[in-house]
Design a protein around this ligand. Structure first.
Ligand code: HEM
Length: 249
């Protein structure tokens, strides 16, 4: 999926009142980002266990750094909105958008992230810091960022002629080569669109406990309707592929 439109947000503005509030509370949010991130995922996966099983990489949840990425990107975006000298986070937004479409993320899911992220911010910073005005100011930040991402993601889906979020295709394994003790290549055949150089694809497998976990792998070769991917054995999905998935599956 590819579009020449960039997810630039430089022209987006908060209302002046919200800008002042975000400026004043950004240090507190920034200082607590790790705890906010942890609380956010704990709350969201408690409310929506299917997101941990089927959409998020549950291996990433063991790493605090990975957990921080989403909440920290909202703080980076807020910095851009309140500081005219801060760089336009266009590369960050593009990377997030591409990752989201590779996972089939859709507009309605932004409300789920919103509710759980904001309940985490209120829980961590406390009701005396997160007053109604502060919550309204940060909500505006969130929804401006969400709007930029949703618009970009819709363009990416449209560029491949697929419905929003409808990115998964059944494929057959037509070749498997164990190149080294840890690297295996797979050639997959199905209703696949043409990939551009450097693109990756998400591979989903249903594991023994019923979770559908997704991982991204570089496409190292293609023919019409076929991708070849190289997979390094390092986690539960790559191990499942190496041990359980054979030509003909
Ligand atoms: C404004 C809202 C959102 C922001 C700022 C955001 C931000 C991010 C960031 C920074 C990443 C890491 C990108 C990378 O790989 O470099 C990411 C990945 C991801 N996002 Fe979002 N996101 C948002 C909304 C959503 C929504 C609504 C969903 C769906 C429930 C979602 C699901 C994911 C998933 C599954 C990943 C891959 C990471 C993993 O599996 O652990 N995000 N997002």
């Amino acid at each position: 999926m590819y579009t020449t439109a960039l997810p630039t947000a430089r022209d987006r503005k908060l209302t002046p009142e919200h800008e002042e509030i975000v400026k004043a509370t950004l240090p507190a949010v920034g200082a607590n980002i790790a705890t906010i991130a942890q609380t956010f995922y704990r709350t969201m996966f408690g409310n929506h266990p299917e997101l941990l099983a089927n959409t998020f990489n549950r291996g990433n949840q063991k790493s605090g750094e990975q957990q921080k990425a989403l909440a920290a990107s909202v703080a980076t975006f807020a910095t851009m909105l309140v500081d005219p000298n801060a760089p336009d986070p266009v590369d960050l937004l593009a990377r997030i958008g591409h990752k989201h479409v590779s996972l089939g993320i859709t507009e309605d899911q932004y409300q789920i992230v919103y509710e759980n992220l904001f309940s985490a911010i209120a829980e961590v910073l406390g009701a005396d810091v997160v007053t109604e005005e502060v919550a309204a100011a940060w909500s505006e930040v969130y929804w401006i960022m969400a709007d930029v991402l949703i618009t970009f993601e819709k363009k990416l889906y449209a560029s491949d002629g697929v419905e929003n979020g409808d990115v998964f295709r059944d494929v057959a394994v037509v070749d498997k080569q164990e190149l080294t003790d840890t690297v295996t290549t797979y050639t997959l055949e199905g209703d696949l669109t043409e990939a551009r150089p450097g693109q990756y694809t998400s591979i989903g497998v249903v594991l023994a406990d019923g979770a559908r976990q997704l991982r991204q792998y570089s496409i190292i070769g293609q023919e019409p309707g076929r991708y070849t991917i190289a997979v390094e054995t390092e986690g539960e999905v790559s191990t499942h592929l190496r041990e359980k998935v054979q030509v003909g599956d």
